[in-house]
Design a protein around this ligand. Structure first.
Ligand code: ADP
Ligand code: TRP
Length: 323
């Protein structure tokens, strides 16, 4: 089975990215053929600063490698190293109705907020569909916010296959136990909401953030509701099942303050990510090695994309000159 996923380098990666997406990416690498890429072309819809995009692209690579991505097992690459995806996105746009894209939450949310929407943002699901389809991917591990885009990809695969011939496979989304991780304000954790806990933040700043997680005003003595509490939602994703069961019991019993749960959450965060800061600093000292990994991954990915694109062009009647 072929697994594929991408993450945009449009900000510092956070616990939502890790728990919702990257954690499953890393678990899957030992069981399946995996393709993971840095979606730098998608980031151009929000970042127009070359230096910043270069830095954030490297940061995503460092984060993945630090968290244990094994470049021997995974084809790890930059989206832009496979220019065929932009060509496929164009071809998909010619068999896809405009109405489908108008229904995308990512676009509708920006419109509703009165934010400027460029054409890249509007046609973003086309590029994402091309990313998925070009490698004939079977499953796409993501957080819940991306499921609609994968459903659109299924539709686009069908439009193409029905118009020309069956080249594309229907990809399925794959969610794990944390499809929506809350941020410190209780909304979905997202770089665009300013409510994130960074994966590799500074301990002091991260403690401050964790202590500021929004909770309700149930008094200390009274029973609390783990199912609606933001601290518990994060705690259960980092604690062992036994510890989680114990916190659940203590929440329901009352006589426990949120401050204690927050402190424990910080300790669990530090225990998991603290020791990796040094590993990350070590990768950061070897940018050439990181570049070699990404370039090699790009070559492997491109070989597959070229092959599929040759079939696509042939099916559409697009003739290109011999190289
Ligand atoms: P952001 O919402 O911060 O811009 P991205 O859209 O770049 O994050 O997300 C990259 C990956 O991380 C996607 O698979 C996405 O579904 C997942 N993800 C992002 N935020 C969360 C969250 N709060 N909970 C679960 N998964 C998330
Ligand atoms: N849209 C995804 C996000 O914002 C990133 C992405 C681009 C992606 N292409 C993809 C994810 C293909 C999975 C598969 O997080």
């Amino acid at each position: 089975m072929r697994i594929l996923s991408g993450i945009q380098p449009s900000g510092t990666l956070h616990l939502g990215n890790y728990l919702g997406a990257m954690k499953q990416h890393l678990e899957l690498q030992t069981q399946h053929e995996c393709f993971y890429f840095i979606a730098n072309l998608h980031s151009l819809t929000t970042i127009h600063d070359a230096e910043r995009l270069r830095k954030l692209t490297l940061d995503v690579a460092l984060d993945y490698l630090t968290l244990g991505l094994d470049p021997q097992r995974v084809t790890f690459f930059r989206q832009s190293d496979v220019p065929e995806v932009t060509e496929l996105a164009w071809i998909l746009s010619t068999v896809t109705g405009k109405g489908l894209l108008e229904r995308a939450h990512s676009y509708k949310d920006k419109m509703a907020k009165g934010l400027p929407v460029n054409m890249g943002l509007f046609s973003y699901p086309l590029l994402m569909a091309a990313d998925i389809l070009i490698y004939l991917s079977n499953e796409v591990p993501v957080g819940r916010d991306q499921v609609q885009h994968i459903e659109m990809t299924q539709d686009m695969a069908e439009y193409f296959n029905n118009t020309y011939k069956p080249i594309f496979i229907r990809p399925e989304p794959r969610l794990n136990e944390a499809p929506v991780v809350p941020g410190i304000d209780g909304q979905k954790m997202s770089k665009s909401y300013g409510n994130i806990i960074e994966i590799f933040g500074e301990p002091k700043a991260m403690r401050k953030k964790i202590m500021s997680i929004k909770t309700d005003s149930t008094p200390f003595e009274e029973p609390k509701h783990p199912e609606t509490d933001n601290v518990f939602a994060l705690l259960k994703l980092l604690a062992s099942p036994e510890e989680t069961a114990d916190w659940e019991r203590r929440y329901r019993a009352g006589g426990m303050g949120y401050g204690e749960a927050k402190q424990r959450l910080f300790e669990l965060y530090e225990a998991k990510f603290g020791p990796l800061r040094e590993v990350r600093a070590d990768w950061a000292k070897r940018p050439d090695e990181v570049e070699d990994i990404l370039s090699a991954g790009g070559r492997r990915a491109r070989a597959i994309a070229r092959d599929v694109m040759a079939q696509v062009r042939d099916a559409c009647g697009i003739v290109v000159s011999r190289e």
